[in-house]
Design a protein around this ligand. Structure first.
Ligand code: MV4
Length: 447
């Protein structure tokens, strides 16, 4: 097992990784920008290294600074968390070239899934259902039009280098296709330095359901069920739950087995998430995330497994200590992402925390690096806490979540706690009757 792990991240996820390391008897190294000198992840780590000024590109996104920190502290491995360098294949390769273990998938798998066309072609090749569309890049407006007529309007143009919703354009009929194509191309060129685009049938009212997979380096693959992440605003997830209110056990077993078979043939290792759109009872692959995800605790609460611990064990060469038949799904879990934002306008609200009281009790988990007196810096993502609640049923989970949200005090800054308190009392949410567009209508109406 590793003796020392460098955590190349900040905030709650750095803390989450630190906790898994300490339970395994592993020492931790925190890295931080000058803006994060007082951060909880720095305070709890065994050692810390300042790696640069506040802008992420000069600190948390600087591979040379992070590799130097790993070298001078004598770390064995680097955990990238999520965001920042976590899906940068070149960084993963550099980590390995410098003699450290990258706690995650191989650089080749990260690179493959970073190219959305190759990801989709690979998924299809290994039997995962995909959205009908172009088999590869769309060469020009004429071939785009022929294809769109064949699959039927509306269609969606997506950037090969995109993902997470950036650089997409809908064409609802023939008259809009050429314009959507050229707009998507120029936006992709500007945003990603790559103007390649592909075309898909546009699904109007899907849910966003993702499957958590986990593999060791010895060919053992399991799935840990799904998360329903349909409640989002501007491609930022707001609340996630498992199981999905839309799925039954048979559907879960079936899509899980399909994904596991594909991951095994692909030789994938470590944690991964296969993202689907789900509409009218059918799954359509859209992307794969080759990292630990923000919402992983929802899966941990229903399976009882520690995903970060297993990531570390598997990266050290250990065999997965359980098989698919040992994975059991218990009850229901919901995660609320709490952001330092105005709950009406969503304007960021950094600043000093003047009072802090986190909820507790049975089935309640808070992943946060906040403390009373801490100043939330303005330079990074506004998510400051995740409240994750478990219950034996969805209804029990909701009861606990309601009282936990009412108990949570974060003073001195604006947070999205009031939004969550309203959301979970809404009949459509209570019924689980929502799709990817529902929340935007809900918050739009409320203003
Ligand atoms: C789609 C789609 C409808 N049809 N693809 C947005 C993020 C990126 N990962 C894929 N996205 C979408 N792809 C087809 N063929 C609708 C979306 C989409 C979406 C997907 C998941 C979660 C939230 C979303 C919000 C708007 C659009």
């Amino acid at each position: 097992m590793f003796e020392k792990v460098l955590i190349a991240n900040r905030g709650e996820i750095a803390l989450r990784i630190h906790r898994a390391c300490h339970e395994l008897g592993i020492q931790t190294v925190a890295v931080h920008s000058t803006a994060d000198a007082e951060a909880m992840h720095v305070r709890l780590a065994d050692e810390s290294v300042c790696i640069g000024p506040p802008p992420a590109r000069d600190s948390y996104l600087n591979p040379a600074a992070i590799l130097s920190a790993a070298t001078i502290t004598g770390a064995d491995a680097i955990h990238p968390g999520y965001g920042f360098l976590s899906e940068n294949a070149d960084f993963a390769a550099m980590v390995e070239e410098h003699g450290f273990v990258f706690i995650g998938p191989s650089p080749d798998h990260i690179r493959m899934m970073g190219d959305k066309i190759i990801a989709k072609q690979t998924a299809a090749k290994f039997g995962i259902p995909v959205v009908p569309g172009s088999d590869g890049p769309v060469a020009d407006a004429a071939t785009g039009l022929t294809l769109a007529r064949r699959i039927g309007f509306p269609v969606l143009i997506k950037a090969t280098a995109g993902g997470g919703g950036r650089g997409m354009k809908v064409a609802k009929d023939e008259t809009e296709l050429a314009g959507a194509l050229s707009m998507a191309k120029s936006e992709a060129a500007a945003a990603f330095g790559n103007d390649q685009v592909y075309l898909e049938k546009y699904l109007a009212h899907p849910r966003h359901i993702e499957i958590q997979v986990f593999a060791d380096a010895h060919g053992n693959v399991v799935h840990l069920g799904e998360r329903d992440c349909s409640l989002q605003r501007k491609h930022q997830k707001v609340l996630e739950e498992s199981p999905s209110p839309a799925l039954n056990a048979e559907q879960r077993t079936q899509i899980g087995a399909t994904v596991c078979r594909a991951m095994q043939e692909l030789g994938y290792r470590n944690a991964g998430t296969v993202e689907f759109l789900y509409e009218d009872g059918k799954f359509y692959f859209i992307e794969m995330n080759t990292r630990l995800q923000v919402e992983h605790p929802v899966t941990e609460m229903v399976t009882g497994l520690d995903i970060v611990r297993e990531q570390i064990r598997v990266a050290a060469g250990n065999t997965l200590p359980f098989r698919q038949e040992h994975v059991r799904f218990h009850g229901h879990a919901i995660e609320c992402r709490i952001n330092a934002e105005d709950p009406e306008t969503f304007r960021p609200s950094p600043g000093r925390i003047t009072s802090y009281h986190a909820p507790g009790g049975l089935g309640v988990r808070v992943d946060s690096a906040l403390y009373s007196g801490y100043a939330v810096p303005p330079h990074y993502d506004s998510m400051v806490a995740k409240l994750i609640v478990h219950g034996t049923s969805r209804n029990e989970c909701l009861m606990r979540l309601r009282r936990s949200l009412d108990e949570y005090v974060i003073g001195g800054i604006e947070t999205t706690l009031p939004l969550h308190r309203r959301l979970i009392r809404e009949p459509a949410f209570i019924d689980g009757a929502y799709d990817i567009h529902w929340l935007e209508k809900f918050v739009g109406l409320a203003r």
